[in-house]
Ligand binder design. Structure first.
Ligand code: PEP
Ligand code: MG
Length: 747
């Protein structure tokens, strides 16, 4: 084997690239490429193995091994040296291959006479495509430079594979990327099932020129792109709209990484070896991903993750491919993303059929938006953004937390049956629409719906809800780039009240902060935004917006009965201050001769444990109390609602939480204060029946849950269920879930 100088490497890459322009099919190109590589590297053998399916590699072209072995020799992932390279994503460089652990002798290839072996993975942004191997008769180790040269070649082969250079012809299936069915087992973010086509929130960048014409010009392009990227990061950091501490931290890390000399040096070396700037960025991105997989330290993993993001930004900068590639959104789009905030998700409006995220959390507001939109959400879906392409068929099973990408027809078939069954069940529930949620003993529960989008309004009729128990007004603020004008809000709230047609709507005043970030608020650098300056705390400190919103609500009501509640109250004084603001606004409206509601109900959301211990007078002074279980639970158990790892450790039906709820129920009974529950748990059948049995007789939930919850209430006897719950607690069971589940299963 001869040493590869930089100029040899460039000549080799150019020859590879030229094969793209040659006549012939993919097989011809592969054959030609193995000849070129063996020739340039001075080795007897060069072979290319590509994945036939996710578990099997196939010898697809060779120079030096027996031609009959091509498309016959196969190995499983992890089998033999080639399989080991493919599985680990790391090269193997051995002077004495037969003595290596895992060496597998394959007589059909005639390879026993070759002693030395170098295998490097062919991979692109986390996706394994195959293995490139060179072999030589003499027993010698290849230098690091030679290995590096082969890695550069493998990068070009990866880009060519992605471009479909090796497909077509007899073996058109092999090497065609993104075509296998893949299943991702994640977690349920929101139940439901959907079939559709992938729509990537941030589409993959396509590199059409893996090989550089002119390394100097390419290096200059890279330098320029990095400088521009750094400029953009600085701009973003200086932007007054940057509110979120996490965003700031990520940008600071980006800034640090973008200035990293090692990162740039490695990319410049790749360019000197003949890669284009884009391919060099990807090569280093691959390396970072490989390190990421192995990094034991979560902090380091996070930084490598940031480097991955930064590489994507740099690729977009270099290729000019923004998130808007001009691609048309397919019909029935299923959004696939690493993660997404509630505002971005709302930008998609009602178009989406489902959402699949690599990260995400059940307690996040993005999850609440999917709930409001009644579309399934699967979170923690592996590395789906590396696999999925825009337009790929996809099935989202929100119930099981499973996603099938490019499913086999049999899977799609079974899935469609499931969707049809759910539609059937929905039809059955629809027949209950005008029936009361009355249990067997004649006790009724009022089932209301949560809303926040105009698009929710038709559900008011369709679901049979008794009204809107929680109208999240901030969703309208999250979708704008500026504070909405008062008049806009008046129109909006008016439409909501019109649609409610006399049914009650509990408007919750603006609840921003925490993960609900509005772009027009000054950046807050808070160590813990969930317990920070959010919701009513912001409203009381900046009363201008609160007053404007209250005015808009009263004007929209135009004298009709109105119900307003304040979020996230930790102290009675906060409620009183907000109530005073509202009453002052009302009096001013009256002075100006505007109609004011005769019936104005002013309520508090109970979202912090402290309110459970507030004085009796507070309970008397609230016209109604609505338990915001999402927040209450996170503070009760001290477990971040957005952190899946800790969130799932605590059960809503744990005895201690139920004790707390009972305390509130009893206090509201004494003061005759109307009580409701409007957190997400109200829409979960087992939880909602438990709450009703304990005595919470108004539950507000996503519209799609009303049918199933009503169906169960009508079959249950809440008094009996209460006894079941009591027995479970007397027996010392920490959670009453098993007892309630078994009671409901036997109805
Ligand atoms: C809650 O905390 O339960 C609630 C209803 O409010 P949000 O989810 O909007 O914080
Ligand atoms: Mg809340």
């Amino acid at each position: 084997m001869v040493e590869l100088s930089e100029s040899d490497s460039r000549t080799l890459l150019r020859r590879l690239r030229d094969t793209l322009a040659t006549e012939g099919d993919g097989q011809d190109r592969l054959n030609h490429i193995t000849q070129i590589i063996a020739d340039s590297m001075g080795t007897e053998v060069c072979s290319i193995y590509l994945f036939r399916d996710p578990e099997t590699l196939e010898l697809c072209a060779t120079e030096g091994l027996k031609a009959e072995a091509v498309h016959h020799t196969r190995m499983r992932l992890g089998e033999g040296l080639v399989g080991r390279v493919a599985r680990s994503g790391r090269p193997i460089n051995s002077a004495d291959a037969p003595s290596e652990p895992g060496f597998r002798y394959m007589p059909e290839t005639g390879e026993e006479i070759y002693s030395s072996f170098v295998g490097v993975p062919i991979q692109r942004v986390g996706e394994k495509l195959g293995v490139l191997v060179v072999q030589s008769k003499d027993e010698r180790s290849f230098s690091d430079d030679e290995l590096y040269g082969l890695e550069v070649v493998a990068m070009v082969l990866a880009e060519m594979t992605e471009l479909g250079a090796f497909t077509g012809g007899e073996n058109s299936e092999i090497g065609a990327t993104h075509r296998f069915p893949v299943m991702f087992r994640g977690a349920t973010g929101q139940e439901g099932a959907a079939e559709g086509r992938v729509w990537l929130h941030e589409p993959r960048v396509v590199v059409t020129n893996p090989v550089a014409e002119d390394p100097e010009a390419e290096a200059a392009r890279l330098e320029e792109a990095i400088t521009e990227l750094r400029g953009k990061i600085d701009e973003m950091l200086a932007s007054p709209t940057l509110i979120d501490k996490d965003q700031r931290q990520v940008l600071e890390t980006f800034k640090m990484l973008a200035a990293s000399k090692g990162w740039k040096r490695r990319m410049l070396e790749d360019i000197a070896a003949g890669l284009s700037a884009e391919a060099a960025v990807e090569k280093e991105q691959n390396a970072a991903r490989d390190r990421m997989r192995k990094a034991p330290d979560p902090y380091l993993r996070e930084r490598l993750n940031d480097l991955d993001d930064l590489s994507n930004r740099l690729l977009r900068q270099l290729t000019g491919q923004g998130s808007d590639t001009g691609a048309e959104m397919p019909e029935n789009p299923v959004l696939v993303a690493r993660n997404i905030g509630p505002a971005e998700l709302l930008d998609y409006d009602r178009k989406l059929k489902g959402v699949v995220l690599e990260e995400g959390s059940v307690g996040s507001h993005a999850a609440i938006v999917t709930r409001a939109l009644s579309i399934p959400l699967v979170i923690h879906a592996g590395r789906i953004t590396a696999e999925a392409l825009n337009g790929d068929p996809i099935l989202v099973d929100g119930d099981q937390g499973v996603v099938h990408l490019r499913p086999e027809e049999s899977v799609a078939h079974a899935f469609r049956d499931k969707i049809a069954m759910q539609a059937e069940a929905q039809k059955r529930y629809a027949s209950l629409r005008d029936q009361p949620a009355m249990d067997k003993s004649g006790q009724t529960v009022s089932l209301m719906m949560n809303a926040g989008l105009m698009a929710d309004l038709p559900s008011l009729k369709g679901s049979g809800a008794d009204g809107v128990g929680l109208f999240r007004t901030e969703l309208q603020f999250l979708t704008r780039t500026k504070v909405p004008r008062r008049n806009e809000l008046v129109q909006l709230y008016k439409r909501v009240m019109d649609a409610a047609d006399g049914k009650r709507v509990n408007f919750r005043t603006l609840d921003i902060g925490s993960d609900k970030v509005v772009p027009y608020m000054k950046p807050q650098d808070e160590p813990n935004p969930a317990m920070g300056w959010r919701a009513l705390r912001v409203g009381l400190d900046k009363p201008g917006i609160l007053r404007m919103q209250l005015q808009a609500l009263l004007r929209a009501a135009d004298g009709r009965p109105t119900s307003i509640m304040f979020p996230f109250i930790a102290l009675p004084e906060e409620f009183y201050a907000a109530r005073d603001t509202l009453l002052r606004v009302r009096d001013r409206e009256a002075q100006m001769g505007r109609p004011v509601p005769e019936e104005l109900r002013i309520g508090a959301m109970l979202e912090t444990p402290s309110l459970g211990f507030a004085p009796d007078s507070f309970y008397r002074d609230c016209d109604f109390i609505s338990i915001g279980g999402n927040d209450l639970k996170q503070f009760f158990f001290a477990a971040d609602r957005e952190n899946e790892r800790v969130r799932r450790r605590y059960d809503t039906l744990d005895g201690s939480f139920l004790n707390f709820l009972e305390r509130i129920i009893a206090r509201c009974a004494v003061s005759d204060t109307h009580l409701s529950f409007c957190g997400e748990d109200a829409g979960r059948p087992i939880e909602s029946l438990t709450f009703a049995a304990l005595g919470i007789r108004t539950l507000s939930m996503r519209p799609a849950s009303i049918g199933p919850v009503k169906h169960l209430i009508r079959r249950a006897d809440l008094g009996e269920l209460r006894q079941v719950i009591q027995q479970a607690r007397n027996a010392g069971q920490s959670s009453v879930r098993p007892a309630v589940t078994s009671y409901l299963a036997h109805l």
